[in-house]
Design a binder for this molecule. Structure first.
Ligand SMILES: *Cc1c(COP(=O)(O)O)cnc(C)c1O
Length: 467
């Protein structure tokens, strides 16, 4: 198999996610033959450092021997069984361990098979709880933060606020109530991140005062709005939002699909409040990046509101075919084993500090407005004008230029618009981080030149950047 041959066959048969397929007339696909640790390799043996953990799912590297061994063992016993009426060891052990690790007060685990469907389940459960426990069907709306992202299915899209993904489908989805984000990038002159969080919390309070009667839940991405450009905020907001929800009889849904499992520096971002949400949604890193699986953790009182005689029809009659998949559960257990045995959260502190140190010079770059970091996520915000923070027009696709040059140099970066970020597997070494920072610097230098040297906006079309 050759790179070119696989690309040709792919482009005749496959429709790729989140992609304008016409781009691939000039932007080559990256054919991957194998992965090992932080490295991906194409069919010519060229290697790429997976700096974004393959869309934020991979924690301990590709083809991790420990996770692979656990899955191979499981494969010969039980691959999958219907989860309604049946159970199996991996899912019971996984539930017990997740509940023991999660913020105190979470007592039940409900499984789905991807992040968006976990969000759907949490939204439905919240609405249904109010219906079951109080007979109220009017608590049917959701409050969401500006610039938030919760997935692509219609219910998840409804509580998201990234226009690029949402605007087209507006006629299909119900309207959420959007409150300001505590995003510290939006701090006013003289404001600390905590001030910024307090200002956003005051706006939330005002909204809940007005709308609590019709609101089932507030949904947030704790500490980092990842798809919204790795925007970060102060933990003070978690505490204030939790208190506001309690005051007004509104659930708090914490979407830790991206930030869970150590990304934020703690196992769960909610720990930094510390708060316990009414629903905690987890996916992505749950299986170490091996298989799709998600879970909604919730409290005993919420579980109890569904627990009654069958004829009361108060059960949560929601399911997905692959709910509680045994292979995925084994991958998740192996992932939790690694966290435990290798003291990963502890060890990541050194990597986090190293990343901060080597990225310090980016702050001085003429086209960098901010370098921000929360645990194992570091983001570099590119702007046209450093003084006014005027962004580059999206049409210029500067981030895509970074992507192209980084591939040339052996790194898979995938900027979000003008935000270049590192979200590497935790098995990356300090030397590999050094190389990554070097590559990012060179690519940002090239991508902030005028005119942009690569990209479809050049009338000459593709340059031969990847043979
Ligand atoms: C990725 C993501 C989702 C959606 O998960 P999928 O598995 O892609 O459906 C939801 N919320 C957040 C915060 C995410 O980052």
């Amino acid at each position: 198999m050759h790179n070119a041959e696989l690309i040709r066959r792919d482009l005749a048969a496959v429709w790729h996610p989140c992609t304008q397929m016409k781009d691939h007339e000039w932007l080559p696909l990256l054919p991957i033959a194998r992965g090992e640790g932080v490295w991906l390799e194409d069919f010519d043996g060229k290697r790429y450092l997976d700096a974004i953990s393959s869309w934020w799912v991979n924690l301990f590297g590709h083809a991790n021997p420990r996770i692979s061994a656990a899955m191979k063992d499981q494969l010969d016993r039980l691959e999958h069984v219907i989860m309604a009426g049946c159970t199996h060891e991996p899912i019971v052990e996984l539930s017990e361990r997740l509940l023991a690790l999660a913020p105190p007060g979470l007592a039940r685990a409900f499984y789905c098979d991807n992040g968006s469907s976990a969000i759907e389940a949490a939204l439905k459960m919240s609405f249904h709880y109010w219906l079951n426990s109080t007979g109220r069907a009017d608590k049917c709306r959701f409050v969401t933060l500006a610039n938030s992202y919760h997935g692509e299915t219609l219910g998840a899209l409804a509580v998201g606020d990234v226009a690029l993904f949402k605007t087209t489908y507006a006629p299909l989805i119900s309207e959420a109530i959007t409150v300001p984000s505590p995003d510290a990038y939006l701090a006013q002159p003289g404001e600390t991140p905590a001030d910024c969080a307090r200002r956003a919390a005051a706006a939330l309070e005002a909204t809940l005062q007005q709308h609590a009667g019709e609101v089932a839940a507030l949904i947030i991405e704790p500490l980092v709005q990842c798809a919204g450009g790795m925007r970060m905020y102060d933990p003070e907001y978690l505490r204030l939002a939790r208190a506001a929800c309690d005051r007004h009889g509104v659930h708090l849904i914490a979407d830790e699909i991206a930030v869970g499992f150590g990304r934020s520096g703690t196992l769960f971002a909610c720990e930094q409040g510390p708060i316990t949400p009414d629903f905690l949604c987890l996916s992505k890193g749950l299986t170490g990046g091996y298989l799709p699986m998600s879970v909604v953790l919730t409290t005993a009182p919420i579980y109890q509101a569904f627990y009654d005689d069958y004829t009361k029809l108060s059960a949560f009659l929601h399911s997905h075919s692959y709910t509680g998949n045994a292979l995925a559960a084994r991958a998740a257990l192996a992932t939790l084993d690694i966290f435990e045995q290798d003291e990963v959260i502890e060890r990541n502190r050194a990597l986090t500090a190293h990343m901060a140190r080597i990225c310090e010079p980016f702050r001085a770059h003429a086209h960098v407005a901010e370098v921000r970091q929360r645990g194992m996520i570091l983001a570099i915000e590119l702007v046209r004008d450093k003084a006014t923070r005027e962004p580059y027009p999206w049409q210029e696709r500067r981030g895509l230029t970074v992507y192209q040059h980084a591939l040339d140099r052996g790194a898979l970066l995938r900027p979000l618009g003008n935000v270049v970020y590192f979200m590497p597997p935790y098995v990356i070494t300090p030397a590999e981080l050094d190389r990554l920072a070097e590559i990012a610097w060179e690519c940002i230098e090239l991508a902030t030149l005028d005119p942009v040297p690569f990209g479809d906006i050049n009338s000459d079309g593709p340059s031969g950047w990847l043979a």
